[in-house]
Design a protein around this ligand. Structure first.
Ligand code: PMP
Length: 412
């Protein structure tokens, strides 16, 4: 613990601040000040920051590292494609192969379009909904994160009211609130966007009530509006073929990203047959959208996802993590609120104003080589083994003890 240093970090941040506004902005900055911002390398579920501090990583790049860093099979597939070329004037065979794979995999998908970021994909869903229905109003869950674009950016900096003129808000798992928003939209209701479960930062997560999911489908059908699913975060962690597959509730379009190519930049919108002509008529492109390396990586990632039964594995190790944390917390006199699916756990302390306990705990954990998040859901990967979880819990015992000391001596 005493060797833990952030010296290189501090120097790099000084340099960054001179040439990058804020030094590091974005989701890396969505963490307490003590959390590292700059990384040097990664392998499996371990990452090393620029001070060579080693961590067992429970953030997985906020999702993309589904199989773990530097996965040999994915890297081989990417390298093979890279040797042939990445960025051409048009797509390669991988474009068709990956679309075929998504259509085969995802029950309701009859076609796929590719983009780079989750934000591209969710925004494209809205464009599709409006183009398909000729209507304008979009319903989104209050507090849900779907994009950096002005229509949904959590910050209002640089956003004008007109950017959000046609948005109405409902509460996740609350059909009455959906009905109210639909009534307000009147005959202008184009579509509703929903996440597979409520995974907003800072507050408890909520799994979906199956009646809510079914109710959304009925409401959208009754009003000829599109049901749009944001699978960017939950996709391929909740289930390999669609997070609501087991409920039998299918969206009309869905946005996927993050884990799809194990860290390579790629997102996709998939949709149903009736939307094909509308999708074909969009003007939607980007300089890097045909890039073949991420598509080769995605094809291999999806093969590994099935062959290694990754969802079952991350559910198992996530449950071990959750159970172990609960028992450690209890031993040291703390109560945790653990919510959401175990493979994407959110861990909050009870009675924790301003996340003071969470921040103390996760900051102490860093010094013991464990990278946690105090108020955002975390992510398990295929590379987290039961041994890694055991090692994590062993080290976190000390962090709970430190926290108990800080609470009892009044320093917290
Ligand atoms: N939707 C959800 C649910 C997300 O979690 C995110 C990213 N955190 C996005 C959309 C946007 O994806 P990206 O950051 O790749 O643009």
């Amino acid at each position: 613990v005493s060797e833990y240093s952030m010296k290189n970090h501090a120097a790099l941040m000084e340099r960054a601040k001179k040439v990058v506004p804020g030094g590091v902005i974005g989701h890396a900055a969505l963490a307490p000040a003590a959390h590292p911002r700059f990384y040097h390398r990664g392998e499996g579920c371990r990452v090393w920051d620029v001070d060579d501090n080693e961590y067992i990583d429970f953030m997985c790049s906020f999702g993309p590292n589904l199989l773990g860093m530097n996965h040999p099979r994915v890297e081989r597939a990417a390298a093979e494609q890279r040797a042939l070329g990445n960025c051409f004037t048009g797509p390669t065979e991988r474009w068709v192969e990956l679309a075929e794979e998504l259509v085969r995999r995802i029950g309701y998908a009859d076609w796929a379009l590719f983009q780079k970021n989750g934000s591209d994909a969710t925004s494209l869903c809205l464009t599709l909904a409006r183009a398909a229905t000729g209507k304008r109003k979009i319903l989104v869950a209050d507090g849900a994160y779907h994009t950096t674009s002005p229509w949904g950016n959590p910050s209002k900096t640089g956003v004008v009211d007109e950017d959000r003129a046609h948005f109405l808000y409902y509460r996740f798992n609350d059909l009455e609130s959906v009905r109210r928003a639909v009534a307000e939209a009147g005959d202008d209701f184009a579509g509703l966007m929903v996440s597979p479960f409520k995974h907003d930062a800072f507050v408890d997560q909520e799994l979906v009530d199956p009646d809510f999911a079914r109710g959304l489908r009925e409401i959208c059908d009754a009003h000829s509006a599109l049901l749009m699913m944001d699978e960017v975060r939950g996709g391929f962690r909740m289930a390999p073929r669609g997070s609501w597959e087991s409920l039998g509730v299918h969206p009309d379009v869905a946005a996927w990203g993050k884990g799809i190519a194990n860290g390579y930049p790629l997102s996709t919108v998939v949709g149903t047959e009736s939307l094909r002509p509308i999708a074909a008529g969009l003007y939607s492109t980007g300089s890097f959208w045909y890039s073949a390396v991420p598509m080769a990586a995605a094809l291999e990632t999806l093969r590994v996802l099935d062959e290694d039964d990754v969802v079952a594995h991350i559910t198992k190790v996530g449950t071990e993590f959750r159970t172990g944390l609960d028992s450690l917390a209890k031993t040291h006199g703390f109560a945790l609120r653990q919510t959401g699916p175990p493979q994407m756990p959110l861990v909050l302390f009870e009675d924790d104003d301003g996340f003071a306990k969470g921040t103390f705990f996760t900051t102490d954990a860093l010094k013991r080589g464990i990278f946690l998040h105090p108020f955002h859901n975390m992510f398990l990967s295929a590379a987290h083994s039961s041994d890694d979880i055991a090692q994590t819990l062993e080290r976190l015992e000390a962090s709970f003890a430190e926290l108990a000391r800080a609470v009892s001596d009044g320093s917290l």
